[in-house]
Each structure stands twice: as structure tokens, then as C-alpha cells.
Ligand binder design. Structure first.
Ligand code: ASP
Ligand code: MG
Length: 343
């Protein structure tokens, strides 16, 4: 027991983030459960099952527009999807009951919110349900197959500051404090994307923000590696939806990866590289469907000096502006950027 404690102290966490498509079906949830049970010290970050956050956003938008009936219909439809997942995922009646209790509770809170038009505060609560659901379903599944895991509520440590940026010190202090309660556990699960804001309300890190959760936690815990698991074999040298003969790029520097993500590579959220870069934590992009494939390793040791990949942004508008020199150049630029920031 004492030895185990000592080992845990010296060992570094690995952060494993799984995206919605990796968790899109019952079979895939089971497959992810297998991947994370490798007896390493893992903190697993899960995104909502594919389609869920879009459905929740649609429900919120119906409510903003006062379409209560439409929203209630969509809630009912999403609820039956989750009930079906629970029926198929578990073997024991006890697990099914535990999962359904959680699902019904989550959907009844949605039904209550959806009785009248909503505020943006309530929208955030609606959007948070997908990650809360999948992490609980996974936790119950692991228990059913005899694996001990700890479910960490992200809203206890993920927080943004008054500028809406992650509060790095708060995150580090609070995730470490929480982990101290479990000195002998090796498998932790938490929600990507969701957080609290500076006023303590439920909020999120923007769409696709689970990658960001993973890298912020990697940085907070000084992890040995951050793994982003998706449904493609690493970052490709071009967009596979447009170019048929693409291939995965094996190594990238942090700067190359963030530029590619910023300019259109969908595999990675653009904000997620910086926390890893600042702590020099390697980020590995892996494919849930072929876990043995090498994927892409993003680190500070990758070779530079050659073109590795091409990314493109769609729907770019080219605007040409001319100043009449009535105001100083910096004022002119300020006005332009102000307009863009508001649009
Ligand atoms: N589930 C959230 C979304 O779809 C967060 C994520 O996928 O990273 O935007
Ligand atoms: Mg998602």
C-alpha cells in the first residue's frame, strides 16, 4: 500500500481525450473503455457522444426562438437515444437502473428548463449535459466490467476568469486538491468542454473545447503526454475530404501544429497547443479505430524546415480597405478591428 502511494507520487499522469465520434456508439464506448484500462496513471477527458452537443444547441436555439413544443420534442428524441444506449451498453439490471436514473434526471432538468424561453445562462446548462451523460455512462460501464475509476466533476476545477480565459492557477490548485483524495487510484474520468465562469455559473470552453480541457489539465498536472484520440490516423498533410491521396504527418512542432489547427486542420482545436507548448508536454494524435497506428507526435523536437502539410479555410472574405487619412493610422486600424470584433 505504502509502495503504491510512493509510485503514484513519482509517476506522471497521461491525459487521454476522446472525441465524440470515438464514443458515437455502444460498441465504441466499450472499445474506449478497453483502451483506457491499461493500468497506467490516466486522466481521461471525454467529449459528448457525436451529435449530442449539436442537438443540445438546436434545443437551445428553439427555446431562444420561443418554440417550446419543438424543443420538448427534440429533448424527448435525444432522451430515447440515451435510454437505448443504456439498454444496450450494460448487462446487469443494476447498471441499467443506475444509468437510467442519471439519464432521466438529466433530461428532466432539461424538460424543466424548456418550459419557457431561456437565458444564455440556461443555454450553458443545456449544453453541458452531453459531457455529463457520457462520463457517467462510462464510469458505470467500467464498474460493471470490474474496473475501478474515479469520476472527477470538471466544474469543480475547470474555471474561466473575468476575461473568459481559463484560470490556470485555479485549475491547477483545485484539480490537484481533488486528486489528493484518491492517492491509490490510477484511472480518472472527467468531462471535456464544461467549466464554471468567474461568477460560478456553468459555462463552457467553446465548441470543440474538450481538446483545450485536455491540454489545460495536462499542463496543470505536468503530464508526461497529452493524447487526443479521434477517428483519423493523425494530422494529415492535406484535407482528406478534398484531396484523396493524403497521408498522416508523423511529427510536428508545437508551432506547426497550432498554425495548421488555426488555419483549418479539423483534428485539433487551435487553442489546445499553447498550454502543452508552454510546459513542453508532447501531444499525440491517435486513432481510436486503429490504436496501434503511430499517429502524429507534436513536440519541440520535430524536424523543421520543410513543408509538412497544407491547410485551408473555407468561406474567407477578402476585404480591401482604404483610409482617407482623416484620422491617424492607429485610430483607423482600431476602428476596423473593433468592427470585426463585434461582427
Ligand atoms: N461536445 C462539445 C462540442 O461538440 C465539445 C467537444 O466536442 O470538444 O463542441
Ligand atoms: Mg463534441
Amino acid at each position: 500500500m505504502e509502495k503504491q502511494k510512493m509510485d503514484r507520487k513519482q509517476e506522471k499522469f497521461k491525459i487521454l481525450k476522446f472525441g465524440g465520434t470515438s464514443l458515437g456508439t455502444v460498441e465504441r464506448i466499450k472499445h474506449v473503455a478497453n483502451l483506457i484500462c491499461n493500468n497506467e496513471l490516466n486522466l481521461v477527458v471525454l467529449s459528448a457522444m457525436s451529435g449530442t452537443t449539436n442537438s443540445l444547441a438546436e434545443i437551445a436555439s428553439l427555446l431562444f426562438n420561443g418554440d417550446i413544443d419543438g424543443a420538448q420534442r427534440d429533448i424527448e428524441c435525444l432522451k430515447s437515444k440515451y435510454i437505448e444506449v443504456a439498454d444496450k451498453l450494460y448487462l446487469s439490471a443494476k447498471s441499467i437502473e443506475e444509468a437510467k436514473k442519471f439519464i432521466l434526471c438529466s433530461f428532466s432538468s432539461l424538460q424543466t428548463i424548456a418550459q419557457s424561453p431561456i437565458s444564455s445562462k440556461q443555454e450553458k446548462i443545456i449544453l453541458s449535459q452531453g459531457e455529463l451523460l457520457i462520463t457517467r455512462l462510462m464510469h458505470i460501464y467500467l464498474k460493471e466490467i470490474g474496473i475501478v475509476s474515479v469520476l472527477l466533476p470538471a466544474i469543480e476545477f475547470m474555471r474561466t476568469d473575468r476575461n473568459g480565459e481559463p484560470d490556470i492557477h485555479f485549475i491547477k490548485r483545485n484539480v490537484c486538491k481533488l486528486l489528493k483524495h484518491y492517492p491509490n487510484n490510477r484511472l480518472f474520468i472527467t468531462q471535456g468542454y464544461i467549466c464554471r465562469n468567474v461568477s460560478g455559473e456553468i459555462d463552457n470552453l467553446q465548441r470543440g473545447g474538450s481538446d483545450y480541457t485536455a491540454s489545460l489539465l495536462g499542463s496543470a498536472l505536468n503530464a508526461c503526454e497529452i493524447q487526443i484520440w479521434t477517428d483519423i490516423d493523425g494530422l494529415h498533410n492535406n484535407d482528406p475530404r478534398v484531396v484523396s491521396t493524403t497521408a498522416p504527418v508523423r511529427t510536428l512542432t508545437f508551432d506547426e501544429a497550432s498554425k495548421l489547427a488555426y488555419f483549418g486542420a479539423k483534428i485539433l482545436h487551435p487553442t489546445c497547443i499553447l498550454p502543452a507548448k508552454l510546459k513542453n508536454i508532447p501531444v499525440r494524435l491517435l486513432n481510436t479505430m486503429t490504436p496501434q497506428a503511430p499517429g502524429t507526435l507534436i513536440s519541440d523536437t520535430a524536424d523543421t524546415g520543410k513543408i509538412k502539410a497544407v491547410a485551408a479555410k473555407d468561406n474567407v472574405t477578402y476585404i480591401k480597405l482604404r483610409s482617407h487619412y482623416k484620422i491617424p493610422c492607429y485610430r483607423f486600424l482600431e476602428k476596423i478591428f473593433h468592427c470585426f470584433a463585434q461582427s
